[in-house]
Ligand binder design. Structure first.
Ligand code: SAM
Length: 247
């Protein structure tokens, strides 16, 4: 399948969500490293392993931003291809915010990676076209989560994998206390100092608190039709990986 750069009309969820990413796209990577002390790279690595990179596989990375997950998937698949041959893998980053996509493109275009300006709730891709769908730190921002989950299942082929990486709930009280102090105090301050945008990072922290806990979100995946849903806590539940299959 080949995907071009397409604009999908939609009513924006809220000006605030769009604004968060418009304003911070350039400093976004730096902020991620600072906020998570670099651990988000390890989480993303684990997510990619679960997405099953391999020669010939096609990935759709929804809410893919600047394309971290998609590039990692393609690099892993290319390393396998170099060892054992087979066709090249391909990926498309679908994100609602054109500035994020542009920032991603500036990092270097590559022939195996496409970019699509699209809403997770209405993906501009045919049914059953992808071997894997990932969404990293994106589902939290979607208005109609169930609709987005259904869309991500729709574009997966039978036997395809869905992998969602998202902030979640610390599993112990002790960790929760440290985490609360970090997210309520340090993150908004970092947002002010680095991204000059305290409000957006305050919003980020609140949206993490509002997001359903591990079990409730797993139930949503099942409601959307995913099979064999699994949950894996990362860093004691600060983040979690939810996976499911389309069967
Ligand atoms: N996946 C990337 C990563 O892990 O670095 C980017 C994550 S960033 C925190 C969240 C992304 O979700 C932003 O790029 C934003 O534009 C995108 N986004 C928010 N709402 C969306 C929607 N309804 N459909 C598609 N993308 C959306």
């Amino acid at each position: 399948a080949s995907f071009g750069f397409r604009d999908v009309p939609r009513a924006a969820k809220s000006g605030l969500v769009r604004g968060v990413f418009d304003r911070s796209a350039r400093r976004y990577d730096l902020m991620n490293d600072l906020m998570s002390l670099g651990v988000h790279r390890v989480w993303k690595d684990i997510a990619i392993t679960r997405a099953g990179p391999r020669p010939g596989a096609h990935l759709i990375d929804v809410a893919g931003g600047t394309g971290d997950l998609a590039r990692a998937f393609l690099d892993r698949a290319a390393a396998m291809q170099a060892r054992r041959g087979g066709p090249a893998a391909s990926a498309v980053v679908a994100d609602i915010n054109a500035q994020m996509l542009e920032a991603g493109l500036k990092r270097g275009a590559r022939p195996d990676l496409g970019w699509a300006c699209a809403d997770a709730e209405a993906l501009p891709f045919p049914d059953s076209c992808a071997d894997a769908v990932t969404i990293g730190f994106g589902i939290r921002n979607v208005t109609d989560r169930l609709q987005a989950l259904r869309e991500m299942r729709r574009v997966l082929r039978r036997g395809g994998r869905f992998v969602c990486l998202e902030f979640s709930r610390p599993a112990t009280r002790a960790l929760e206390r440290v985490y609360d102090a970090w997210s309520y105090n340090v993150i908004p301050q970092l947002g002010e100092a680095i991204a000059k945008d305290r409000e957006s990072y305050q919003y980020l922290v609140e949206s993490i608190r509002r997001f359903p806990h591990q079990g409730a979100f797993a139930a949503e995946l099942e409601e959307a039709g995913f099979a064999r849903v699994t949950v894996t806590n990362l860093s004691g539940g600060i983040a979690a990986l939810h996976t499911g299959w389309r069967i």
